[in-house]
Design a protein around this ligand. Structure first.
Ligand SMILES: [Zn+2]
Length: 58
């Protein structure tokens, strides 16, 4: 199943689409990986918990 969500771009904070790329193994075990593509063209790929973590405390 493929899901698409809107999240904040880790670089510019503008809306970005996040598409799940399934689970991949990392040092901490299997984690969900996302592919992000923001409105300015920034692209990211990595663990969901890393890409979705706020850069600054709210
Ligand atoms: Zn961006």
């Amino acid at each position: 199943m493929t899901t698409t969500n809107l999240v904040d771009c880790p670089e510019c904070g503008l809306p970005a689409t996040a598409r799940s790329e399934g689970r991949a193994w990392s040092t901490g075990g299997p984690v969900e990986h996302l592919r992000l593509h923001c409105v300015l063209g920034h692209r990211f790929f990595g663990p969901a918990e890393m890409l979705l973590r706020p850069l600054r405390a709210a």
